[in-house]
Write a protein that binds this ligand. Structure first.
Ligand code: MIG
Length: 666
């Protein structure tokens, strides 16, 4: 059951799709105080678990830290951070009386989950204009399903987006892209897509392609496609200010850009230099910006990633002027330690500043709103602009789309990637832990930068990270400029990489089928163990294993130089091992704790007793995958298989779902 409570006059975020009548009465579970902004207090028992918050640092159980919903370009995903790029205000409290709660509030919100006071869950905001939904149900899966029905169906990508994808900031010429593809193909490592980061553009101008570095782009796109490779260009939020650049001219003429309070256009420094931000809270501006994606789809492009849409601001004109004024006041003065640090921080604090977010204004279809009051909706609406446009441009064809910044509601238009992580071992674990909480919030097409974005990677890190990555719907290796090359063919013995990525392709019948069933039925593809084994209190505290689809449990290695790892088996399972010669073996493993040896060139996962996983033969790309000739892992006798053409949108056709028999068993 879902009950809605309305406080003040909420801004319509359009994150929910069901109109509920607000209840005029006291909110259950929480003590509400509206004397200063708003605060909600819930008292937790010692063993209560708090799930949720989507994209965030730290554990699956969010207890013991403060989190803040405030979309932020955060390149250091360390434990001391409060926010990343998304704002996902859903919590699931696993207590004697279990419930879910969603705070539909478009700007900064704080969740102190037993940090200040061990037993208090304290949610606060500076203003009280919001809708709050309380969800009760029979169990955790049921509560999440009800929430997912409230917020609407998840975005579904084309099937080729389940293939392995290679990215880097940046492949700056068509030659470089060809070289990447050739190396993958020569090493027979499967590959479906190559990403174009900001250097494909002409001077970082959205919807342009550099003629010099990518001559005859349309032909190049089709040449790559004939090799089974899709190119996926990046789109940034800021539009370069440049006379004669049509996007800039049109936006200016029609009033489609964000302004300052006095109506003059807000200027932000980002990659192209000085830019304006399209006013994504304005439906005309959204429609206009979205229509520009056609420039690239007309050249054969079938997928995009939207970046810098928190929005990230390196500097604003005013912010920069203020910084120069302030730094001048330090000149020729004798600085003590604290004023030295103050001076040093002046320029650090110019980027993504609250002052700038307070300077920006939107015309939300006639309503003038300050950006700081709706900050978390910007990336969401940029991506909505793209998603709605792509649906118009190609009504019968799925397009790949994912975004960096997000808010609940955006899951109906696209997926997300989890931003600028590091080539750190701990970030394999971060990757794993964010997946189920994102699924709770409707984001199903998700993944992290495999191998790590910032910092130099190592061969073993990339291999271990891939061993988790083969289970994430978005499986993309991406890295930052200036870091060590991390494409699979750069390392010794590429066969080890091939074996792991081949396994991903072998698993696509299962991964795709499970993803589609979860999208259609509003279920979670990734689940904490406690969702499947609710009465097992050890399973409830496992933070480094996950359920993947209905049959699989994963327990990836995330420490360097490890012989293997401890795995908790909550019930008897089949242990599946990819051996160093690329073969799969399976054997029964009993309930309990096990140390499992997993050499670097092997991979282990588990299948629930009585369940089945359909697999096929690997192929160089998804277009070449033959999914008609299936084999089966696990000891179940049948499997509910979803399959379709992977491209059209007839998801609910009952012919797509059928029971198939595990021939080896039945
Ligand atoms: O300021 O486009 O998260 O994936 O490679 C950095 C360059 C801008 C941030 C994205 C990252 C991308 C990078 N971008």
């Amino acid at each position: 059951m879902i009950s809605k409570f309305t406080f003040g006059t909420p801004f319509n975020t359009q994150s929910v799709v069901k109109e509920l009548c607000p209840i005029d009465g006291e909110m259950p579970f929480f003590e509400v105080d509206t004397t200063n902004g708003i605060s909600f207090t819930y008292t937790m028992e010692k063993n209560d678990i708090v799930y949720g918050l989507g994209e965030a640092v730290r554990g699956i159980n969010k207890r013991g830290w403060i989190y803040e919903s405030y979309c932020f370009d955060q390149p250091f995903h360390t434990e001391d951070k409060y926010s990343l790029y998304g704002a996902h205000n859903f919590l699931l409290i696993d207590a004697k009386e279990m419930f879910g709660v969603y705070f539909d509030y478009p700007t900064r919100m704080k969740f102190d989950i037993g940090c200040t006071h061990t037993e208090k869950l304290l949610v606060t905001a500076q203003t009280k204009d919001m809708d709050v939904y309380i969800i009760t149900g029979t169990d955790k899966k049921d509560i999440v399903k009800q929430f997912r029905q409230l917020i609407g169906k998840s975005y579904i990508p084309p099937r080729w987006a389940f293939g392995y994808q290679q990215s880097r900031w940046s492949y700056a010429t068509s030659k470089e892209v060809e070289n990447i593809v050739e190396n993958y193909q020569n090493n027979q490592i499967p590959l479906d897509a190559v990403y174009l980061d900001i250097d494909y553009m002409d001077a970082y101008k959205d919807f342009t392609v550099s003629d010099e570095r990518f001559p005859d782009f349309k032909n190049f796109v089709s040449k790559m496609k004939s090799k089974g490779i899709r190119l996926v260009p990046i789109i940034d939020a800021g539009v370069k200010i440049e006379d004669g650049y049509s996007i800039y001219e049109e936006g200016k003429q029609n009033g489609y850009f964000c302004t300052n309070e006095d109506g003059s256009l807000f200027v932000a420094g980002v990659w192209p230099g000085k830019t304006h931000f399209p006013d994504f809270l304005n439906s005309d501006a959204r429609k206009w910006f979205g229509s520009k994606y056609k420039i690239l789809t007309d050249m054969g492009i079938e997928g995009f990633w939207n970046d810098m849409n928190e929005p990230a601001i390196f500097y604003s004109e005013q912010g920069l002027n203020n910084a120069f004024d302030r730094i001048k006041s330090f000149e020729n003065k004798e600085l003590d330690v604290s004023s030295f640090f103050e001076a040093r921080d002046i320029f650090n604090n110019v980027a993504n500043s609250d002052e700038d977010y307070a300077r920006i204004y939107h015309n939300a279809d006639g309503q003038k709103v300050c950006h700081k009051d709706v900050h978390n909706l910007f990336g969401y609406n940029m991506t909505k602009s793209a998603g709605e446009a792509l649906d118009t441009i190609e009504p019968n064809k799925r397009m790949l789309l994912f975004s960096r910044s997000s808010y609940i509601g955006m899951h109906r238009y696209s997926g997300i990637w989890t931003g600028d992580n590091h080539s750190w071992w701990s970030h394999i674990l971060n990757n794993l832990r964010m997946m189920p909480s994102l699924n709770m919030c409707g984001f199903l097409y998700i993944g992290a930068d495999i191998g790590g974005f910032n910092s130099h990677c190592t061969r073993d890190l990339v291999l271990r990270w891939l061993s988790l990555g083969i289970f994430t719907p978005l499986m993309r290796n991406h890295s930052a400029a200036g870091t060590r090359d991390q494409e699979c063919f750069r390392f010794e013995n590429t066969q080890d990489f091939k074996n792991i990525i081949d396994l991903r392709y072998r698993l696509i019948p299962y991964i795709y089928s499970e993803f589609m069933k979860c999208a259609i039925d509003d279920d979670m593809y990734f689940r904490p163990l406690s969702f499947d084994y609710p009465t097992d209190h050890i399973a409830s505290s496992v933070e480094d294993q996950l359920m993947v689809g209905e049959s699989i449990m994963i327990a990836p290695v995330y420490t360097q130089n490890a012989l293997g790892r401890y795995v908790y088996i909550p019930k008897n399972m089949m242990q599946v091992r990819l051996t160093d010669n690329g073969m799969l073996t399976q054997s029964l493993i009993e309930k309990g704790h096990h140390f499992i040896e997993i050499p670097l060139n092997e991979l282990v996962f588990f299948i629930k007793d009585g369940y089945t996983v359909p697999i096929c033969k690997p192929a160089q790309n998804t277009d070449l995958l033959d999914t008609s000739d299936l084999e089966f892992l696990g000891n179940g006798t049948e499997y509910e298989m979803y399959s379709d053409d992977g491209l059209s949108k007839d998801y609910n056709n009952p012919a797509n779902r059928r029971m198939i028999k595990n021939e080896q068993r039945a």
